[in-house]
Design a protein around this ligand. Structure first.
Ligand code: 5GP
Ligand code: ZN
Length: 127
């Protein structure tokens, strides 16, 4: 069995933590300050988390957002969770992506997370 990279937590990589989860930077960030919020318990998806884990993870999202605001001054954020391989999940241990966005980081950001289906990102664009 391959060891789970999110169960394996090098202490120096933890940027925030609480009782049930932690935050670390993404190793392959899509933007400066891309953070992952991860429960300590090895569960595959958001829908496997219990209520206290969910609450805890969202608290960490808030804390990480405050930290990133101070450090990188982003202009916006995308928050996303890939649930299952069909939706693009590659690490089968729940994590919330917190992705800072900066004016000009893409030519047209309109639609944001709709970009999971790239041709549908901008709903006003003729297809
Ligand atoms: P997923 O595709 O499952 O939603 O996201 C997995 C994320 O984990 C990706 O954004 C990827 O860059 C990140 N990642 C992959 N390997 C590592 C690693 O060893 N350490 C960290 N911190 N992030 C990783
Ligand atoms: Zn795990």
């Amino acid at each position: 069995m391959t060891p789970c990279i999110f169960c394996n937590i090098p202490p120096q990589e933890i940027i925030l933590k609480n009782q049930l989860g932690y935050a670390r930077y993404d190793k392959y960030p899509v933007n400066q300050g891309h953070v992952l919020i991860v429960p300590f318990r090895h569960i595959k998806t958001y829908f496997d988390a219990d209520d206290s884990e969910k609450a805890t993870l969202w608290e960490l999202v808030e804390e990480a957002k405050g930290m990133l605001d101070k450090q990188f001054h982003p202009d916006g954020y995308n928050i996303g969770i890939n649930v299952g391989e069909a939706a693009g999940q590659t690490v089968m241990h729940l994590h919330i992506h917190l992705i800072p966005r900066y004016v000009g980081d893409v030519a047209n950001p309109r639609g944001g997370v709709r970009g999971v289906i790239p041709s549908m990102q901008d709903y006003r664009k003729p297809h």
